[in-house]
Design a protein around this ligand. Structure first.
Ligand SMILES: Cc1ncc(COP(=O)(O)O)c(C=O)c1O
Length: 414
């Protein structure tokens, strides 16, 4: 929803519910309140229903491929100050990223609510692909909104969604990226809310989405914590993850929040530098708390409260606000957040590929670049766990052009 329409929105009206400290809440048009209440009721019931829990667990096992493995990366770690580095391999999930965890949960809820259609927004395309996949699996109609700029930089994922039977609607408003796709998805939802569920793709939006999406991703940290304990006999010194809206980061952080000795470190799209005006670093510089897309959180805005356009080489991090629970973790000091520039992320992308034979998503490469810095801080004997949130297949065009292997049309340069 845009800044103007927020004037007429109202908040949840239940003090404390849906808040992470001062952040979160529910700033939506009246027309959506009943749908959000319905969703909240169903998800709270489902969380205690053995049938729902069993169905989701079975899908994780036989469709997604969970538990995802962890992989130690010693040759990459040579560039990380002597610390050991271990990756949580969400890139190996069906459809290629962590996004499927949340989508399977939400599409199962859609069926429980008796709705026949799902809509989604997507930036990098991974959430759209996951939603189109689950919709095909469960026989639901599916429409995905995607900024025109993103449809161009992630054309392969557009084709994938269409092949899966989804309708993809390019959005030509604003910066024509993720923020604008979210606006359009909310507009569609207001009109079609009786038979449509909005599968929001990250830990932001009005309550209950930040909690709902986090709870479906919590499995990442639950598995990883046990796997690291089993394999290394101790907890990691730091957990690193990239932060767009923040879903993979919340997923891996959440199980470690009570482990006071474990640093939780999020890495944002630093674009051309946090001072350049072309970045997606919501916790640095111009970012201040305000309301965007139904939640009160940190966002890039000017003095008049107009959203400033973000920039990142990675479509999935190119978003001007961040999930409200991250805002809370940051202000309470439990988690730290730093920007990683496009250059640093692409160097980490190249390094992981050439030292370990793993092509990461460019989003995940931000976490890898971050781990190189944190590794130097924890030093020899330290252990750093990194969320490898997705695989790099979707990014081969972007990376190929970045490293001069492909021209703008995607043809080999020599
Ligand atoms: C592979 C991958 N990682 C990370 C992200 C960023 O999203 P989030 O911060 O919600 O994990 C995306 C978003 O599209 C993605 O595709």
């Amino acid at each position: 929803m845009n800044q103007q329409s927020q004037q007429s929105h109202h908040s949840a009206g239940r003090p404390g519910i849906g808040r992470f400290g001062a952040f979160g809440g529910r700033y939506v048009p009246e027309a959506l309140v009943a749908a959000l209440e319905e969703l909240d009721e169903h998800r709270l019931k489902a969380a205690h229903d053995p049938e729902f829990i069993g169905e989701l667990a079975q899908l994780h096992k036989s469709y997604t491929g969970r538990p995802s493995i962890i992989t130690e990366v010693p040759r990459f770690a040579e560039h990380c100050g002597g610390a050991q580095v271990v990756l949580k391999r969400e890139d190996l999930n069906h459809t290629g990223s962590h996004k499927i965890n949340n989508v399977l949960g939400q599409t199962l809820l859609t069926k429980r609510m008796g709705k026949r259609r799902v809509i989604a927004e997507t930036g990098a395309g991974q959430h759209g692909v996951a939603t189109a996949t689950a919709a095909a699996l469960m026989g639901l109609e599916c429409t995905v909104y995607m900024g025109r700029v993103d449809t161009e930089r992630q054309a392969l994922n557009v084709a994938r969604m269409k092949l899966l039977g989804a309708e993809v609607i390019p959005v030509d408003h604003g910066s024509r990226t993720l923020k604008d796709a979210v606006n359009e998805a909310f507009r569609d939802w207001v009109t079609n809310v009786d038979h449509t569920h909005y599968v929001l793709g990250t830990v932001t939006g009005p309550y209950p989405f930040p909690e709902l999406v986090r709870d479906f991703h919590r499995i990442i940290g639950v598995e990883a914590r046990q796997q690291v304990l089993d394999e290394f006999g101790r907890l990691p010194d730091a957990v690193c993850a990239c932060v767009g809206g923040g879903s993979n980061a919340m997923g891996i952080f959440h199980r470690f929040i009570d482990d006071a000795g474990v640093r939780l470190v999020g890495f944002e799209g630093g674009g051309e530098g946090a001072d350049s005006g072309r970045h997606a670093a919501r916790f640095t510089g111009q970012a201040t708390p305000g309301v965007l897309h139904g939640a009160y959180t940190y966002l890039l805005q000017d003095d008049e409260g107009q959203t400033i356009e973000s920039h990142s080489v990675s479509a999935g991090l190119d978003y001007p606000s961040v999930g409200p629970e991250h805002a809370y973790l940051r202000d309470s000091g439990r988690a730290e957040y730093y920007p990683v520039t496009d250059d640093e992320a692409m160097e980490a992308f190249r390094l992981l590929a050439q030292t370990e034979g793993i092509l990461p998503a460019i989003e995940s490469a931000h976490a890898l670049a971050g781990a190189m810095k944190i590794g130097r801080e924890v030093g020899p004997g330290g252990l750093v766990l990194v969320s490898l949130s997705g695989r790099g297949d979707k990014d081969v065009h972007t990376a190929g052009r970045w490293f001069g292997l492909l021209d703008d049309e995607g043809n080999l340069t020599e």
